[in-house]
Design a protein around this ligand. Structure first.
Ligand code: AHM
Ligand code: MG
Length: 328
């Protein structure tokens, strides 16, 4: 069947795009569309805060740790508040789980969706004016609407996502998302306050030359990853590492490449969180023709048992992830 998206004018506004493809959603009632709009709106607000971070007193540390035992930055906290507020108001979200909050935020309403969010990823980059991002996943709740949210609602595998994506606050701000029918990217025009379709039906090159990993930790990498790194060194690959997952992922999505965060001495289970970071990007990359693996399993099929669970992540061009996996 011909994809009706082919031939869309580049520049169509996000709102119009969402409306046009609403009927493609598995449960087309308009609620998922509204959730996407809420996320896009909160993204605008966070974008504004990020842009003026150096001018007002919102960069730097809160002086407290989050649930992961990591230093919370003021903007982390602010972004978390902005997204939770935007998602709470509409009534479509039944519950939110956030990298910044220890437990489930049950909104006690008739919402049908569960949102998993990393409100501000790559936070060590905030103070130095380097790209950061927001990552989100949307699931349909499994228990009946109106009842208290249960574990089965929030601990769903990535295969159950109905939508996922990210905002990248980079040299321009972008929203990239999928509802399971390919991936589209929208660039924010701050003068108009609107996102416009700029990257239609994104496909990741099957092969690439870029590898993105914190190589300083390589002594503690598992042997298969060390071997794959040798392969990269011997085969004229190039290394690019921003240290903000969204930014590294986005570059590799456009150019072809692999992002790796394996288990390390410091993070024996990997650093990234399955529910807030890995699943969303795994859904996006698969929809763009790429692959996401923990080394020996498909990320999307990992059954979560903990909200803040971590897992190794190897994600990007399919042939590169296949090659990496062949060493495991
Ligand atoms: P964060 O959610 O606390 O910002 O941590 C996740 C980030 C990723 O964006 C990035 O790829 C990675 O941590 C960098 O970690 P490292 O500094 O260990 O290389
Ligand atoms: Mg993060």
């Amino acid at each position: 069947m011909e994809d009706s998206r082919i031939g869309l004018p580049i520049g169509i506004a996000l709102d119009r795009f969402i409306k046009r493809f609403q009927d493609d959603f598995p449960y087309a009632t308009g609620e998922l569309s509204q959730l996407l709009r809420d996320i896009a709106l909160a993204g605008k607000v966070v974008n504004r805060e990020v842009n003026k971070a150096g001018l007002v007193n919102i960069s730097g540390s809160m002086g407290i740790d989050n649930i992961q035992g990591e230093d919370q930055q003021k903007l982390d906290v602010l972004a978390n508040i902005r997204f939770i507020r935007a998602l709470t108001k509409g009534g479509e979200a039944a519950a939110i789980i956030s990298e910044e909050d220890e437990s489930v935020i049950d909104l006690h309403n008739n919402g049908k969706y569960i949102i998993a969010i990393d409100p501000l990823d790559g936070s060590s980059n905030i103070d130095v004016n380097v790209s950061i991002g927001t990552i989100f996943s949307i699931y349909r709740r499994r228990s009946s609407v109106g009842s208290p949210v249960k574990e089965e609602d929030v601990l769903q595998p990535g295969t159950s996502q109905v939508a996922a994506g990210y905002l990248l606050y980079g040299s321009s701000t972008m929203l990239v998302y999928t509802t399971g029918k390919g991936v589209n990217g929208f660039t924010y025009d701050p003068t108009l306050g609107e996102y416009f379709l700029s990257h239609q039906d994104m496909r990741i090159p099957d092969e690439g030359k870029i590898y993105s990993v914190n190589e300083a930790a390589s002594l503690g990498f598992p042997d298969p990853v060390k071997k794959y790194l040798n392969y990269c060194h011997e085969n004229a690959h190039t290394s690019r590492y921003i240290g903000a997952l969204v930014a590294d992922f986005h570059r590799n999505l456009l150019k072809g490449g692999i992002y790796m965060y394996p288990s390390t001495t410091r993070y024996p289970k990997g650093k990234l969180r399955l529910m807030y970071e890995c699943n969303a990007l795994a859904f996006v990359v698969e929809q763009a023709g790429g692959k996401a693996s923990s080394g020996d399993s498909r990320i999307l099929e990992i059954a979560p048992n903990n909200l803040h669970q971590r897992c190794p992540l190897f994600i990007g061009s399919k042939a590169m992830v296949d090659k990496l996996e062949s060493y495991f």
